[in-house]
Design a protein around this ligand. Structure first.
Ligand code: GLN
Length: 303
């Protein structure tokens, strides 16, 4: 299969798109990003990487980081983690507080903000934020085989200054006894994790550990890669998860920076990026591009 010409075609197809969605503006640092950018990279398990468009331009991975913190937390706590966070799709926006009260402060899943904040809180207990962020960066750098991957402090501070909604989620969980650190400490760490910057090429490389292929870096057990993929498929795009599964048929995790990490188990790790978002806060053209890619390759977890 000629992956390079498939992604070249997709990149040229999306370059003429007129409806590119809306850039996230609730994090001021992200509001000024040029929506006309688009990149795609496909990394095979052995590190062979194909790229098209703006695939070398770093962007804020935001919620895609939740996949890496979940991998770390599962490694540290195993199934214990599921006493604090559920494993069901929420059917609500990523930053919704609605279910938290009805469900006694236990977030529906690790990919909505409340769930991701609980996950970050769990790995923070007994450690300094710097240590935890260092461990997270090392995990990502090892997986990507790239020591240049870093956190953009300006983006982290920009989100901290406008973090009322996430702080509210953290305080709410604290009131139910589902937070082990002060909300400021947990959210501060969470904002920094979200501010990791990567290009499509780096992100596709970093995602290879989730392919489960023997040639990819083996950072977690095979059973865990399958489980994280299951959660990505059912919850990785919030209330747009069903639509993404229907259109793409592969597990994916989106972020409001416009990036999406998609895993084709045993085949490849794919990263797309286009900053404009759809109504669910997922990359509009990124979703379109990955749908085309799945159609053109015939890759799907559904046969
Ligand atoms: N840092 C962002 C937030 O908490 C991440 C959300 C996202 O990417 N969907 O709002």
């Amino acid at each position: 299969m000629d992956i390079q010409s498939i992604i070249n075609r997709i990149a040229s197809d999306v370059s003429t798109a007129s409806d590119r969605g809306q850039v996230a503006d609730y994090i001021p640092e992200l509001a000024s990003i040029d929506p006309n950018q688009f990149g795609i990279s496909v990394a095979l398990p052995d590190g062979t990487c194909f790229s098209a468009g703006d695939a070398q331009t770093p962007f804020s991975i935001q919620s895609v980081s939740k996949v890496f913190t979940l991998a770390l937390a599962l490694g540290r706590f195993g199934d214990q983690l599921w006493t604090r966070v559920g494993r069901e799709p929420s059917g609500l926006p990523f930053n919704s507080i609605l279910q938290l009260e009805q469900e006694n402060g236990i977030p529906r899943n690790p990919f909505i903000n409340a769930g991701a904040i609980a996950i970050t809180d769990s790995i923070l207990t007994g450690h300094e934020p710097k240590e935890v962020l260092g461990e997270l960066l090392r995990f990502v750098q090892t997986s990507a085989e790239d020591a240049d991957i870093h956190i953009n402090d300006t983006v982290a501070h920009s989100e901290t200054e406008h973090g009322d909604r996430n702080l509210a989620l953290a305080h709410f969980m604290a009131s139910y006894g589902n937070l082990q650190n002060h909300p400021d400490r947990t959210c501060g760490t969470y904002f920094h994790q979200c501010a990791i910057e990567m290009s499509c090429q780096q992100l596709a490389m970093a995602g290879r550990f989730l392919t489960g292929h023997p040639d990819a870096p083996r950072l977690i057990s095979l059973q865990r890669t399958r489980r994280i993929n299951a959660l990505m498929l059912t919850c990785g795009h919030y209330d747009g998860s069903g639509d993404f599964a229907y259109r793409v048929g592969l597990p994916g995790k989106s972020g409001v920076g416009g990036g999406i990490l998609v895993i084709a188990p045993n085949r490849a790790s794919i990263a797309v990026w286009s900053p404009g978002l759809n109504e669910y806060g997922n990359s509009q053209l990124g979703t379109y591009a990955i749908e085309k890619f799945a159609q053109m390759t015939g890759w799907s977890v559904f046969g």
